[in-house]
Design a protein around this ligand. Structure first.
Ligand SMILES: Cc1ncc(COP(=O)(O)O)c(C=O)c1O
Length: 441
């Protein structure tokens, strides 16, 4: 709609909202104006229990004092410093702190500003790594059906969510996909499902088709979040690791959701005891408060670049805001908060209570599957015939009215509360969701 006047500050028209049904939203907006710990405050003064940690990112809950203070202090002391050919201490401090909690073997951190940028960075490093080692024919990238790796061209090319891909042309060339791991035999599994490790064997087919010497990397989410919480079958990630290693292919875990405690360990790589060559992260790194991401690599990946004359740049890649001081300060304070409050352990301790509460929804109207792991869970609904996504979206709207924030993708309700959630709040979240589902068409 063309504007015939300058917009007033509270006009909703100018902001083209991301991943949003803009017309629906602007007819009946849902606005948060404040947040504290487990709750948001809406513009009409209601408290909404955060069942999604914002967008899977506020793992320590909202407006945590240590993080707020660190940002305020850093903004007043050193607001910005370039990271190209210059440094500032807190970016180094944070990198060390990340490596401290990363799996053994992970030794270096490359900063980005988001999960999408972490993915692009890791894919580029993978291709350049092989070239640096004299294997420049390794350029193919392998993703997985239903994978989500952000929204940039590399990420949507290796990603496997059709609506995120089909509107945007031909994408990157030289990409192939593994099959997803969501199989009917695993419906209503508690935790890691039993069936489907053999789906990793498809990588052998892809290698046989293209030739190992053309493949740079395989990227997967160790637990696929945004597509609706799809868990890796027992033995699946181990197989992927073995096959990639056998063929000299790098394995990238996209830990943008699973990183920083979501599964009860710092990273999913530790939870599943499988070491990839790189991990992409963002979100929980700064508790979602300031945009920041990081690619974490093994020493071997990094060291392959450290050749040639010492005055030369080794990797022609980076962002204006890589390692931004305020983001780095937020990161250090976030890691402090996780540690001081034992939040990763807390997620592990609450896992069975959370899983039991979720699985108690079995038998509720239209529920066709329930999945859980760590402090993450999904309730899959039978779609309304001919109107996919509508039932879950109605659940989302009703849930918001009733004071809980959930997230939907397709007809799947996904939940990932802050790791500070109490048992009473779990009961409220799941109890309210049941009331919502009971009243849905
Ligand atoms: C696994 C994964 N990778 C990448 C991204 C993209 O992150 P961002 O939205 O910060 O670009 C997400 C976001 O949900 C994600 O879940």
């Amino acid at each position: 709609m063309a504007l015939d006047r300058k917009p007033a500050p509270n006009d909703l028209n100018a902001f083209w909202m991301p991943f949003t049904s803009n017309r629906q939203f602007k007819q009946s907006p849902r606005m948060f104006v404040a947040a504290k710990d487990m709750h948001y405050t809406t513009s009409d003064g209601r408290q909404v229990l955060d069942g999604t940690a914002g967008l899977w990112c506020c793992n320590a809950g909202h407006c945590r004092p240590k993080i707020t203070e660190a940002i305020q202090k850093q903004a007043a002391e050193l607001d910005y410093a370039p990271a190209f050919q210059m440094g500032h201490p807190i970016a180094f401090e944070l990198a060390n702190r990340i490596i401290d909690i990363a799996p053994k073997g992970m030794e270096h951190v490359f900063y980005t500003n988001s999960g999408s940028e972490s993915v692009e960075t890791a894919l580029k490093i993978a291709i350049a790594y092989h070239r640096a080692r004299g294997e420049g024919t390794r350029t193919r990238l392998i993703g997985r059906e239903r994978g989500y790796h952000g929204v940039n061209f590399g990420g949507i090319s290796v990603g496997g969510i059709v609506n995120n891909r089909k509107f945007f042309g031909t994408l990157l060339a030289g990409v192939d996909h593994l099959p997803h791991t969501h199989i009917p035999q695993n419906a209503f599994s508690k935790g890691q499902p039993e069936h489907g490790a053999n789906l990793a064997d498809d990588l052998e087919r892809i290698v046989a088709l293209h030739g190992a010497e053309t493949i740079a990397a395989v990227i997967v989410e160790p637990m696929a979040g945004s597509t609706g919480v799809l868990l890796p079958p027992k033995g699946y990630l181990e197989k992927l690791r073995a096959i990639t290693k056998k063929h000299g292919i790098l394995l990238i875990f996209d830990e943008v959701i699973t990183g920083f405690g979501r599964l009860g360990s710092a990273f999913a790589a530790q939870h599943f005891d499988v070491l990839p060559d790189m991990m992409t992260t963002a979100k929980g790194l700064t508790n979602g408060v300031i945009p920041m991401g990081a690619v974490i690599t093994t020493g071997e990946v990094h060291d392959a670049f450290m050749t040639g004359p010492e005055h030369m740049i080794e990797l022609f890649h980076g962002y204006t805001y890589s390692g931004n001081p305020i983001a780095a300060a937020a990161g250090v304070a976030t890691l402090d908060t996780y540690k001081e409050e034992g939040l990763f352990e807390r997620a592990r301790e609450l896992e069975s209570y959370w899983g039991d509460a979720l699985h108690a929804l079995k038998g509720t109207r239209n529920v066709i599957d329930i999945r859980n792991m760590g402090l993450i869970g999904a309730v899959e609904l039978e779609p309304i015939a001919g109107q996919p996504t509508k039932r879950a979206f109605s659940a989302f709207l009703k849930a918001y009215e009733k004071g809980i924030l959930i997230r939907t993708t397709g007809d799947i309700i996904a939940m990932s509360p802050p790791l500070i959630i109490s048992k009473a709040e779990i009961d409220r979240l799941i109890g309210t969701l049941k009331e919502v589902l009971d009243t849905l068409e």
